[in-house]
Ligand binder design. Sequence first.
Ligand code: AMP
Ligand code: GLY
Length: 382
Amino acid sequence: MLAEVADIDILDGAAVVVFCEENAIDFVIVGPEAPLAAGVADATRAAGLLTFGPSAAAARLEASKGFTKEICDACAAPTAGYARFTDAAAARAFVLAKGAPLVIKADGLAAGKGVIMGMTLEEALAGIDDIFGGAFGAAGAEVVVEEFMEGEEASFFVLSDGINALPIGTAQDHKRAFDGDTGPNTGGMGAYSPAPVLTPALQQQAMEQIVLPTIREMSRRGTPYQGVLYAGLMIDRDQARLVEYNCRFGDPEAQVLMMRLGAQALDLMLACAEGRLAEARLNWADDHALSVVIAARGYPGAYAKGSEIGGLDRLPEDSGHMVFHAGTAASDGRIIASGGRVLNVTARGGTLREARDAAYAMVDAIDWPDGFARRDIGWRAL
Ligand code: AMP
Ligand code: GLY
């Protein structure tokens, strides 16, 4: 076990500061989007704590889809055409004029659920009605309607100290719950890195046309972006366009990136927080990592908690094999399930196939009848 969970409200910046002071914490990494958007990194920085993670103003790159579009316009970054609306009648009229397919998005944070694919006019209009009807609460006060982009999606990760930017890898995840990319959408059922579709030329294009102009524009506005910028890209005919930004490492993307970066991940995050990313060097390993999520049966719908997970102590834990716990709790020396996505079983290998075989060997050694995993993570790249 590498870490302990503390019982504090991570959305409460003041409570996080008090915890850090009481426990002599000298470096804070704010991981998820909700505390970033709530200004927790602002609070810890204001208290003099060294912090990795964007301010609330900079985290708007994830927290407001309309804001991201505005930044793309300001720096001419390639992305889907769009329009922003604050009332349903105007949005419906626009959809009727444009015709399907269109993508309908709640502007704010909706835990990955605020995006509706309007493949038909009916779906697009229903999406508008749902969002303005309050399906996503305040996140749906504004709606962004986007052109539908064809292509293959991949994720590109860059660290920034506000001025400098350093690419740290690529990944692809699997959003659907079941094999063959079927079933309901989830937060991600597995991921692998690197993403072969993101060739060096495409990465360079994404840096020059999307990421660096964004970093410069955020800095020009007086809200520099410090942290990890996750660019979700759509690749079509040798061109990358921005689908969205996240202001975090992603889940399960973080797990494959951490396996590949190893201990230098901490040095790089420190370099960001201390504003000296220009001096930082990244040691690229020519390897692959793959992570398989084991989720509770029923996820992403209703699921039970509390069943025991066996077999974990038999698994290798070294620089090539790691089980990341996402939804577990320790109880009387046993590990029990306490969430929807419960474990990220992750392995590294010289090839993607080796990484996959090693990860699934670990999955097969885990004894948890109440869990399920996809058996085909990585299929697109393999
Ligand atoms: P987002 O939360 O903006 O990443 O959207 C969630 C998912 O919806 C993305 O990962 C894509 O699969 C899809 N998506 C979002 N916007 C578009 C678009 N303009 N065209 C096609 N697919 C999209
Ligand atoms: N796996 C996608 C995300 O973390 O947003």
